[in-house]
Every structure is written in structure tokens, then in C-alpha cells.
Design a protein. Structure first.
Ligand code: SF4
Length: 394
């Protein structure tokens, strides 16, 4: 297929596809899907070999958020029966992090619900970062605490944070449909603050919220403009008790096309499969490793993932290898360009928590596919790990 040959060539040269090319990837047929995966897989292997980076989420503070992100089980007014707790003590957070590191994670993502941290919260997280780094030599730490005020990114950097995550989530034009308590511009501003402070920026998206193909391409092009080191791709987990509980639009095939499109647009960036991997990719997860070079190990913020050992077995069975602590994730041109030097991106955002670009020849807006295969049987609220007396999944 000419399209795929063109996209592979561009990916190997780090050249931005046109919007029309990105849209065409999303519009490919199931008959062409393996060709799409093989093509994007060439780009993935060129920049990241067969390595898979493991990241581990620690939810420092769960639920009771004053913001109204409609995809989020921790939002204002959420009826989701999730764990709710205030800030974990540094030692408890460090114990949870250690479980992930022992399971093979090289990055720990410290996430807290809320609009953004107070300066006191930043001090608190600084203590947690110190405890984790003291007890887990060489571990990378990413903070994900919401919108940052002036100076907070610098303070997190000084406290030892390597990266900061804040997702754009969806296109600028539809952002107001999913959240009213803050703006898309607020989110961009926080990613830029993290960048400016020398933190490795991590910013990604959530697919499956009823968006169009154009929205998906818009947000991925916008992410590319922001130049994050890592891009987490969340697939909406429509949690009962949230406004998007009925939004079941994803198939494994669509998830693969979305990951392939992200890989072509962000060829040398750590692309991470984030929340919703098990729910929406299901038995196609191993195929997705040909597209993404990073996953979360174990559980998510408010939902449970598959067992950590199943993640490891999947990686080995698919012919990939877990990236070691001494290996540099990003290609050399990116790893040496600033950020946190030897590592890359960050975590998945507050749970399943624009792009410049070229070419204006995109077709007219395409309605999002209406699949509506409801798989609530695959959604489990997290009942173990941080905030409980039960051992974490790692
Ligand atoms: S995504 Fe983050 S800011 Fe939004 S409601 Fe959830 S916890 Fe709050």
C-alpha cells in the first residue's frame, strides 16, 4: 500500500505525516489491519527495538476531586464505587512503588486527584519522591498532580522528579464537551511549564469518548507540537457512575489503528498503552506491542489491570523484552536533547485520566464508529494496593 510505504519512510526520517495520511490510517479496513501494524511496527522497532518499558502507577490521593472531567471516576459528583482516600504517607507510597520496581518497572508514576497541587502538596510529594528514590536506586519518578502554578514544576524538579504528566486528552474543539472546570489551554500551559522546568514532559490522550477521527488526529498533532517525550494512549474505561458510562465505542481493531496513527505521527516518542488496555484490546494486546513501546504494569488508578505476571508473560510470548533499568528508553537524539536525560516520559494522567501540522486537505468530519459492544464484565474497580491493606498487583 503506497500510504503505508510513505508513512514508514516518514517515520524513519521523523517527518510529520499529513493530516490526510493520519486520517487514512484510522480509515483502513480490517483486511488491511495487519499491514498497518507491520508498517507501524517497522517504525517502532527502528527507534525502540523490541524493548518494552514498564511503568507503575501509585495513586497518592484517590477520589473526591472538585473538577468535572466526565471520563473520570474521581470527578465531582462521581457515583463510581472507587477507593477514596487522602494523601498516602511517603513510606506507604514507597512500599507500593517498590512492588512495581520489583515487578520490572523502571518508572513510578505518582498521581493525585485534584485540580492541581498546593505548595504544601508539592512539599508532601517531594518527601514521597525522596523516600522512593532512597529505597529504589535508579528508579525514574514522574509526577501527575494536575494543573501546575508558577514555580511548582521547578520545585518538583529540584525534589528529584524526572518527569511530569498532564494529558491533553482530546481535541481543543471538543475539550469543553468533556470538562467545564478547566480549559484545554490550562492543560497546554501545564505541559509547557513542565517542559520549561527541565522535566521530561508526558502528555497523551483518551480515545473512545465519542470523538471523531478528526478529533483524534487533532489531539495527536497538538501533542506532537508540544514535543513530549512520552505519549500515553488511554482507551476510555466507561466506569459506572460517570457521565460516559454508556460510551462503548472501541474495538480491538480500532485501538490498533489509533496506536498505529500515534506511532506514525510521533515516531521517536515513547508511546505508552495506558488505561483500558485489557478492556478494549483484550486478546489483541500482544499485537499492540508492535506499536507501543511502553505499558503500565499491573493496576491503574481506580481500576484493576491484568495480573503483573500476565503482563510479563505477554511481553515474552510476543517476542519482546522488558527494558532494563540501565537502558536508555529514548533514541539518542531525543535523550540528549534535555528533559530528564536518560529517560523519557511519564504516567497516564489522572486516571483514564492541536497540532500544527501540515496539510489541510482532511476530509469532512467523520462520525465516530458506533460499536456499542458493552464489556462491563471486564471492568473491575481497584480494591488492592495503595490505599488498602492488600498487596499491590505487580
Ligand atoms: S481527571 Fe484529574 S482533574 Fe479531572 S476529575 Fe479526574 S482526578 Fe480530577
Amino acid at each position: 500500500m503506497d500510504l503505508l510505504n510513505t508513512l514508514v519512510d516518514k517515520g524513519l526520517r521523523r517527518e510529520l505525516p499529513t493530516r490526510a495520511e493520519a486520517l487514512a490510517v484510522l480509515a483502513t479496513s480490517d483486511d488491511d489491519l495487519l499491514d498497518v501494524v507491520a508498517a507501524a511496527g517497522k517504525v517502532r522497532r527502528h527507534w525502540f527495538g523490541r524493548r518494552v518499558k514498564l511503568n507503575y502507577l501509585v495513586n497518592l490521593k484517590s477520589g473526591l476531586c472538585p473538577e468535572d472531567c466526565s471520563y473520570c471516576s474521581q470527578r465531582l459528583g462521581s457515583k463510581a464505587d472507587i477507593l477514596k482516600y487522602t494523601w498516602l504517607k511517603p513510606d506507604d507510597a514507597s512500599k507500593a512503588a517498590a512492588a512495581g520496581v520489583a515487578g520490572g518497572a523502571k518508572r513510578v508514576c505518582l498521581v493525585a486527584s485534584g485540580r492541581g497541587p498546593t505548595d504544601r502538596d508539592v512539599d508532601r510529594v517531594a518527601g514521597t519522591i525522596k523516600a522512593i528514590k532512597d529505597q529504589n536506586e535508579g528508579v525514574e519518578v514522574c509526577a501527575c498532580l494536575g494543573l501546575l502554578s508558577d514555580g511548582q514544576a521547578d520545585r518538583l524538579r529540584e525534589a528529584g522528579a524526572d518527569a511530569y504528566n498532564h494529558n491533553l486528552n482530546t481535541s481543543e474543539s471538543t475539550y469543553g464537551d468533556i470538562t467545564t472546570t478547566h480549559t484545554y489551554a490550562d492543560r497546554v500551559d501545564t505541559v509547557q511549564k513542565a517542559h520549561a522546568a527541565g522535566l521530561s514532559a508526558c502528555s497523551g490522550l483518551i480515545a473512545g469518548m465519542g470523538e471523531t477521527d478528526e478529533d483524534l488526529v487533532d489531539v495527536v498533532f497538538s501533542l506532537r507540537d508540544l514535543d513530549p517525550d512520552s505519549v500515553p494512549v488511554n482507551f476510555l474505561i466507561p466506569m459506572e457512575g460517570t457521565p460516559l458510562a454508556q460510551e462503548w465505542h472501541l474495538t480491538p481493531q480500532r485501538c490498533l489503528r489509533i496506536l498505529a496513527m500515534v506511532r506514525f505521527v510521533c515516531p521517536d516518542v515513547e508511546v505508552r498503552i495506558a488505561g483500558g488496555r485489557e478492556v478494549h484490546l483484550r486478546t489483541m494486546q500482544p499485537l499492540a506491542l508492535n506499536l507501543a513501546n511502553s505499558i503500565f504494569l499491573g493496576d491503574y488508578l481506580t481500576s484493576e489491570g491484568q495480573a503483573g505476571h500476565a503482563d510479563l508473560e505477554m511481553i515474552a510470548d510476543a517476542g519482546f523484552e522488558v527494558e532494563g533499568a540501565g537502558e536508555v528508553t529514548l533514541p539518542q537524539h531525543r535523550a540528549s536533547a534535555g528533559g530528564c536525560g536518560s529517560h523519557e516520559e511519564a504516567c497516564g494522567g489522572c486516571d483514564s485520566h492541536e497540532g500544527a501540522g501540515v496539510c489541510g486537505s482532511a476530509p469532512a468530519a467523520t462520525p465516530a464508529p458506533q460499536v456499542d459492544e458493552v464489556r462491563r464484565d471486564l471492568v473491575s474497580v481497584r480494591r488492592r494496593g495503595a490505599g488498602t491493606d492488600l498487596a499491590p498487583n505487580a
